[in-house]
Design a protein around this ligand. Sequence first.
Ligand SMILES: [Zn+2]
Length: 110
Amino acid sequence: MLAHAFFPPDGRAQFDDDEHYTDGTPSGTNLLWVATHEFGHALGIHHSNVRNALMYPYYTGYAPNFNLQDDDVAAIQSLYGMFLNNADFFGLEEMLTQLKEFFCKHKILW
Ligand SMILES: [Zn+2]
């Protein structure tokens, strides 16, 4: 197991120390994929049987243009609704950048 997260209201996420987490390379295990998948669980999303979805239960390897798939968007919107005003939504790319900075700054995984 690479990582694990608890569903709400707990929401804790745990990452396996033995895993070699990386960013931007096919070697190792892509942290953004794993972290975003686990945070999906922490937000209440269950696994998807759609192969290219982020919430697919198996790590499918590094993908350079990582992004949420329609199935993931539908899952989170079914729980939390849609942003009706784009100004309220700061975007996946910015969220991922902040996530990277957080993990680097706190030297949690690298
Ligand atoms: Zn999972």
